[in-house]
Design a protein around this ligand. Sequence first.
Ligand SMILES: [Zn+2]
Length: 217
Amino acid sequence: MTLPVVPAAITSGTRLYYPNKMVRIILLAMEEVMGRNGLNAVLNLSRLHHLVNSFPPNNFDRHVSFDEIGALMQALDEMYGPRGGRGLALRAGRACFKYGIKEFGPVLGIADLAFRLLPLTMKLKVGADVFAETFNKFSDQSVVLGDEPDHFIWQNTRCPMCWGRKAEAPCCHLAVGVLQESLYWVSGGKNFEVQETACVACGDEICTFVIDKKPLD
Ligand SMILES: [Zn+2]
């Protein structure tokens, strides 16, 4: 197994950020899944009152902190319980990809003919690399991608989804949903098993997602 290159330690008090565009995508996706009222209730519970009916602008400025994103995900679990929260976060994650590909597709260059003609294994590899790079380049999230014969290992060495949270079980469900939908899209409609096997909220050092290379169907 390839050991991840862990970036320089984040000292306590360091603020990390997502770009406005990514948070806007998350909120649009949550609104689609829960409705405007449901989303507003979650925003109020997470004390993100400033985002109620006022999404961040559609630009790359890094203005929404990981603390805020972690609080948003936490509120989802508090309001709907861990099971309900997980289901909603997975669905919102899948919806995020749909909005995300519209925004980032032209930057990623994986929608062109040359990409579509690649065999499935290459498509997955190129897609995962490009996708990881997108987070590394445009946000303070840091992704290290490992490539094993049967699976990819996606590691968030800095993960906004569980930032500041404590949980019994891995809780970065929105990230799982985004990965599932990206694999579905890249493979032209196949489903893949994605499992979060370690999570900072559970006391692990890194959030780790194992992605099977063999489709379920
Ligand atoms: Zn996490």
